[in-house]
Write a protein that binds this ligand. Sequence first.
Ligand code: HDD
Length: 711
Amino acid sequence: MPPARQPDQSAPRTVSPTGVGFDGPKDGRDPRGQAGDRLTTPNGVRIPDSDHSLKAGPRGPVLLEDFHLREKIMHFDHERIPERVVHARGAGAHGVFTANGKAATVTRAAVLAEEGLQTPVFVRFSTVLGSRGSADTVRDTRGFATKFYTKEGTWDLVGNNMPVFFIQDAIKFPDIIHAGKPHPDREIPQAQSAHDTFWDFVTLHTEATHHTIWNMSDRGIPRSYRTMEGFGVHTFRLVNAQRETVLVKFHWKPKLGVHSLVWEEAQIAAGCDPDFHRRDLYDAIENGAFPEWDLGIQVFPDTPEETFEGIDLLDPTKIVPEELAPVQIIGTLVLDGNPTNFFAETEQVAFHTGHLVPGIEGTNDPLLQGRNFSYLDTQLTRLGGPNFTQIPINRPHAPVNDSTRDGFHQQAIHTGQAPYTPNSVDDGVPFPSDWAEGGYVHVPRPVAGDVVRAAPASFDDHFSQAAMFYASLTPIEQQHVIDAYTFELGKCYEQAIKERALTVLARIDADLCTQVAAGLGLPAPEVPKAAPSKRAGKAKRPAPVPSPALAQIRPTPFPITGRIVGVVAGDGADLKGVAKLREALEAEGALLRVIAPHGGRISTGRDVEIVERTFATARSIEFDAVVVADGAPQDGDVRGLVLLQEAFRHLKALGAWGDGAALLAAAGIDAAAPGVLVGKKPGAKLTAGLVAALGAHRAWDRAPLVAASLV
Ligand code: HDD
């Protein structure tokens, strides 16, 4: 008798950490995870001792028959998988995306279109160049990859915190990455672009100019993953229910605003707390300060030219200024869950630009098209075979019935006899779906052209938008860009590379070039008058039109959720005042951390505070503001003074009440300087001042004072 027909290929029986699609044992545990309270072998055999190998006598040789030793060590020997070839260092979080319905006119994808629909997501942030164990705060682009577990299949938006890319064609990806990664002979420097090969490449290959200046700006050293913008970079095509199309660019807008570290802070953090961003994300979520972003789209008509206001929408080195095409908010992302297991979730998550759902399509951007090949390919090496979508974190939350079979690490026990279509053996299941049934039907588009290795002429403009970016920054941000170029090029050994870099800077901005040249001790080259490429002809370089949306420093106050205020105190300090300040700051969503010369507890009379940081463990980088309590030790401990001086130099809010002001003075800090708040008591005035100062991120108007002083 033939076996009963079971045409439904259910998804593999493993627990999804995101909680959806679980069809395993009812106790909620993965049969391949940890069950029961007894230590066992991987085969479930209970064992009496996991500390000693099986030996011929206590001093004798280890016996080959010790299967437990063999299994334990064998598994350990194979615990590591290859790190990502880029973006190896990262941190992830679970969350939910809620659509506001405004995208319904432009896309049929429910995840974006259906008002109020909540879609679970997993987001992984990353640096690009460093290895898995490298520091978080290095100058680099940051990855911002989002996996939407939609009811229509998985959609991955694999973006960065910068809206442009170094190259226009994916075929150049190995080149830019080889240039940016450590030198192949000594394998240094780690996670840095401040070296010869990077600057050699980006100054020869000038389409990298725009992305490079973003890296040299404050965007290259974010304060936190929570305070970064995200960009889909490429232009995508959205398709609505009537099969009408528009072109769009995706933007993530952080509710906390866009904020960065200052360079010295980034450097200190790389040594003192290499996990700075990972810790910040985890702690914020743990403390209930859930990071939030709005998702927005810039919408362009889908014309045959695929340009908008003369800007080529297929060129990933170009942006469309928000002043020309406003970002329209279509939903909100909240990250509210930390991973339970870093390896299972953050390390094994596999993103792919080709993970699209009906209503969202790619375009002919040659960078995107190459990515669509690369992301699938890399998982074969990294995750060991083609079944990586069965790994819990990668499992779709939509039903899967795909007719793929077997392969390394197959988790499913597929039933049925006909993993092919069409079939009659399994009653024709699974059936294809047309557009009306929710099938992913590509919008028909004409394709024509000669087979050539070439790019359109518009791709030759490598400098105008870099110039626009620089012109859009505030003077402080421009100074940071000058400092960054001067630092990075100063780390290069080859004179010719520095000189070539100056010729590139001359095409961006004459003053930028002159100042960097002065810092390097080199003459500034002439600013070329004509456009650089033959195809661009002899057109004059127009003056850049600034896009104010590109500047980070703004007069508007930002929410202070999750910001950290360090309070220097000690035995005998005004601990009632500390408690009062904590209450007031927590009411605004900020956190207070008590810093004292020693650990444990500090007390004053009957008041007691738990010490959260000591002078040995605290460093200024952790705090967005530092306040000295009345009665804090005034013994001149240099670590306390350095803490205050660094915070002052990094333009952070400083405060003191009572005789705490004397400690500020001992650190050489002028109580009248901008962003320094001194009062008699930690009352409403001090709190309001702190909240306002934190909301501005830094006391920017202190910058000239700091530049002129040695503090
Ligand atoms: Fe990529 C990882 C973002 C161009 C090839 N990329 C990766 C990640 C992000 C980006 C955020 C980390 C994903 C994760 O957290 O697992 N990549 C970008 C952006 C690009 C870009 C915004 C340009 C707009 N990438 C790009 C090109 C190629 C790749 C042109 C190859 C032709 N990227 C990869 C990769 C990675 C990757 C090798 C490494 C690990 C992975 O994919 O899963 O395939």
